[in-house]
Write a protein that binds this ligand. Structure first.
Ligand code: SAM
Ligand code: SF4
Length: 440
């Protein structure tokens, strides 16, 4: 979602004459779009700010003008005042719901009105103020349809930094999707912290589900692939599960985090479902779409997690067989209920050891999944040139990166590719002999 937000900031700033640069040392403005989800991500903000301060100094000393420094995103939202204090050289700090006010903030900064802090949750959603011309020119693009979260998992800062759940209307989303398609996008990933809790106003004025939105988008000309992320198990409705069977362009890959396999820990995390209920959802999904590849998020070392709780996580993983997954050591976040469970914190060395064991298993499953494609034919959206001469990189329906030898003019097409080798993080293949990539 930060990638999507950054792209929207570029859209907002371009009428003011700003363009993106890959040379930060010469930039007139640097925006650090930050993440607060784990302590490590949040700590990075301060070290990156130090780097930016040095760049600004070097620029000023070389008489190349000033550099405006801004901090955006969830660290800005949660620690705005602290940033202003610790890094007094920062010009602006604004949260994820305020970036549409960038032109006003810039004008204020130009008037030399000191540091600017914008971390209110506005009454009107920012989406109403984003420029219409906004387009993501990528073949595969993100589109935010839902934001914020009302689930309040005990470990998570999202409800406090991104705010309450909000869904955009289907008509707004369709307009943005059409603009993306007109600019050449072939694949859209619908984004939301809790995307399957989507409940925007539908075309008939009534509240509509994510499944409804998917059906609306599936009819758009030029849209070849559709995905959505991230989902919560509690919101995997029958209608949404069935959409995986009935909507051709809905890709057979689902990121459905479970976090832990022990019911005691799931309860302490306030996830509001058991491991058996999660497994039932997977079974149902696979009955509708047998080739569905699953991905998940896991937290090890949540306060109070015993060895036996952790083993429940391992057995759940063995049962599901993930195609891919993200796993993290529990990181206490200030202000969340779990951070107050002082007496039950798990020592760092145990967390590291559990994480290593979990990752060994997950990596093994990912490799097995990738190997299972050897000799098979899959469709690949050819997205860009690779580092090697004559190499293209694309994406499979199951989210794997696929490398093959082909011509750059084929970028943007969906090609039939025969997989020769499945590796840990990618597939290697070749264009199916005798077939020309579909002129999608
Ligand atoms: N909404 C999604 C869900 O309910 O699964 C997750 C969104 S969160 C931005 C992404 C992932 O970060 C979570 O699934 C969780 O695994 C991880 N995460 C969140 N808070 C964490 C914490 N305090 N410590 C470690 N990992 C955390
Ligand atoms: Fe965080 Fe996801 Fe839980 Fe919401 S549902 S509180 S975003 S982990």
């Amino acid at each position: 979602m930060n990638v999507y937000d950054s792209a929207r900031m570029v859209d907002i700033l371009s009428p003011l004459g700003y363009t993106l640069t890959d040379q930060p040392k010469n930039a007139d403005m640097a925006i650090l779009n930050t993440c607060h989800i784990r302590e490590k991500a949040s700590e990075k903000t301060f070290s990156e700010l130090g780097r930016l301060r040095n760049m600004r100094k070097a620029k000023q000393e070389a008489n190349k003008g000033d550099m405006m420094i801004a901090v955006a995103g969830c660290v800005a939202q949660a620690e705005g005042a602290e940033i202003m204090k610790r890094a007094s050289f920062v010009n602006m700090v604004f949260g994820p719901q305020s970036y549409h006010k960038l032109p006003e903030m810039l004008a204020e900064a130009a008037r030399g009105q000191g540091q600017i802090l914008e971390t209110d949750f506005p009454v009107e959603p920012k989406f109403d103020h984003l420029p219409d011309e906004a387009i993501d020119k990528n073949l595969s693009a993100f589109l935010t349809v839902q934001e914020g979260c009302d689930k309040f998992c005990a470990f998570c800062v999202v409800p406090y930094t991104r705010g309450a759940e909000f869904s955009r209307s289907i008509s707004d989303i369709v307009v943005e999707a059409k603009r993306m398609l007109a600019a050449g996008t072939k694949e859209i990933t619908l984004l939301g912290q809790n995307v399957n809790a989507y409940h925007g106003v539908g075309m008939d004025g009534q509240s509509a589900s994510l499944a409804r939105l998917i059906y609306e988008l599936a009819d758009l000309d030029g849209l070849k692939r559709l995905r959505y992320t991230t989902s919560h198990p509690l919101e995997m409705t029958e209608e949404l599960c069935k959409a995986h069977r009935d909507v051709d362009i809905l890709m057979p890959y689902l990121h459905l985090p479970v976090q832990a396999g022990s019911d005691k820990i799931l309860d302490a995390m306030n996830r509001r479902h058991t491991s058996a209920e999660y497994l039932q959802i997977i079974e149902k999904l696979r009955s509708y779409r047998p080739d569905l590849a699953l991905s998940g998020d896991f937290i090890v070392g949540f306060p109070g997690e015993t060895e036996s709780d952790f083993e429940d996580t391992l057995s759940l993983v063995r049962e599901v067989e993930y195609a891919q997954a993200y796993s993290f050591k529990y990181s206490p976040r200030p202000g969340t209920p779990a951070a107050a469970l002082d007496g039950q914190m798990i020592p760092e060395n145990i967390k590291s050891e559990r994480l290593a064991r979990l990752q060994t298993l997950l990596n093994e499953q990912q490799l097995n999944f990738n190997k299972s494609f050897e000799g098979k034919e899959i469709s690949v959206l050819l997205e860009r040139e690779g580092k090697k001469e004559g190499q293209l990189i694309g994406r499979s329906p199951y989210m794997q990166s696929v490398y093959l030898q082909s011509q750059p003019h084929r970028i943007g097409r969906i090609a039939k590719v025969v997989i020769e080798e499945g590796n840990a993080n990618s597939l290697r293949g070749k264009l199916k002999p005798g077939t020309v990539a579909d002129a999608a």
